[in-house]
Design a protein around this ligand. Structure first.
Ligand SMILES: Cc1cc2nc3c(=O)[nH]c(=O)nc-3n(C[C@H](O)[C@H](O)[C@H](O)COP(=O)(O)OP(=O)(O)OC[C@H]3O[C@@H](n4cnc5c(N)ncnc54)[C@H](O)[C@@H]3O)c2cc1C
Length: 354
């Protein structure tokens, strides 16, 4: 039987950031990933946005870890040449009726400590994004866009440089080989509820929610310079179908949000491009369905059941019944942004175990 100090289950951006953090502190850090390569789950199937922290209830883990993670991620990308665009973002109101929601978003962001927020008029919107139609917007300077795949690779590289072992094609199951660990950290994303159940904890249930994207054809990709979001209408489920200019110059429309039954179902019953065109046109009138091609999809690990309103916070906790295990469940957005801050937080929880 192998014996290690720390066993991390799941090689997404969170698992790799956690491995990097622990490898700086102790020897014998192992990460196991079931897929043939790291980052096959949500970590490379997202919008690649370094979120600011405006959306989450003050005092929640999502708010505190997002605001700290935003700064840490920006610094990390600058220090390690991960492609990053500090473009800021606009959350746009398409009518006067959306102004109270925009103001409330601004107030929440300020309470959460998001720097530089301001409500701006049509003239400022036009100066930043000449093709966007809106009556007003919330300007969020600390939001940025990064290359999620490169970020994950950099976390993994740091972890191995510091001595951690990252194994792929290694699924944790109830039987087969045994590894004894002083501390086990569940970073299994969509499958974190099933991994927790393997250890006897059946409290959690993850509901998969698919997000689909369209890509805008090359000739129209420069209609947007950075990030443009609508005012969110399905609080807790999605931030709304938005426009994202990637670090490599593509323009994405998405993601949608649909509860699905199968955690592995990335492609069945894709939404038609016309729907994306309708959503995009409320902000960018020049877009038509002919300008869009179906793009990638990702699946969110939601704790909020279908039909329920509100937000579910990240669950990051020592397991009440298995004290040497730390559970990370419901790490949906802003998990990419928060990964470095999550890693610090997990290390603080593990201090009493190691
Ligand atoms: C459509 C979409 C858009 C998003 N946009 C953003 C955004 O713009 N900004 C942002 O901050 N966040 C965003 N997110 C959220 C972000 O992508 C996630 O929070 C983050 O990637 C979660 O990382 P993770 O490592 O927890 O999970 P994953 O990346 O899902 O990694 C979990 C890993 O565990 C492995 N695993 C599962 N079971 C086992 C097992 N039994 N044994 C071994 N390995 C196992 C899986 O194969 C997987 O690789 C978005 C998410 C989605 C779906």
């Amino acid at each position: 039987m192998d014996q290690v100090n720390v066993l991390i289950i799941g090689g997404g951006v969170v698992g790799c950031a956690v491995a990097r953090e622990f490898a700086a502190q102790c020897a014998d850090v192992f990460l196991v990933e079931s897929a043939p390569h790291l980052g096959a789950g949500a970590s490379t199937r997202n919008s690649g946005v370094n979120h600011s922290g405006i959306y989450y209830p003050p005092g929640s883990l999502k708010a505190t870890l997002c605001v700290r993670g935003n700064r840490l991620t920006q610094e990390f990308c600058a220090a390690h040449a991960v492609p990053y665009r500090a473009c800021g973002k606009l959350v746009v109101a398409s009518s006067e009726a959306e102004m109270p929601a925009l103001e409330s978003l601004c107030a929440t962001g300020q309470t959460n400590g998001v720097p530089g927020l301001r409500l701006v008029d049509r003239a400022r919107i036009r100066a930043l994004e000449p093709n966007i139609e809106a009556v007003a917007a919330l300007e969020v300077p600390s939001t940025g866009i990064l290359n999620a795949e490169e970020l994950l690779k950099a976390y993994a590289r740091h972890a191995t440089d510091r001595g951690a072992s990252l194994l792929t094609r290694a699924r944790v199951t109830a039987e087969e080989e045994t590894i004894e660990a002083r501390c086990v950290i569940n970073c299994a994303g969509l499958f974190a509820d099933e991994v927790a159940a393997l250890a006897g904890n059946r409290r959690y249930r993850i509901y998969p929610v698919r997000g689909e994207y369209c890509e805008v054809v090359r000739e129209k990709a420069d209609l947007v310079r950075g990030l443009v979001y609508p005012v969110p209408h399905q609080a807790g489920v999605t931030l709304g179908v938005h426009l994202t200019k990637t670090t490599w110059g593509q323009l994405w429309v998405g993601p949608t949000a649909d509860y699905i039954d199968d955690k592995n179902d990335y492609e069945r019953n894709r939404r038609p491009v016309e729907e994306f065109a309708r959503s995009a046109r409320t902000m960018l009138p020049e877009i038509t369905a002919a300008d869009l091609r179906l793009g990638h999809t990702g699946i969110r690990a939601k704790l909020l059941p279908p039909g329920e309103h509100g937000t579910a916070d990240f669950v990051i906790t020592r397991d009440p019944d298995v004290p040497r295990m730390i559970q990370l469940v419901g790490i949906e957005s802003p998990g990419l942004t928060a990964a470095l801050a999550i890693a610090e937080y997990v290390a603080s929880l593990a201090a009493g175990i190691l």
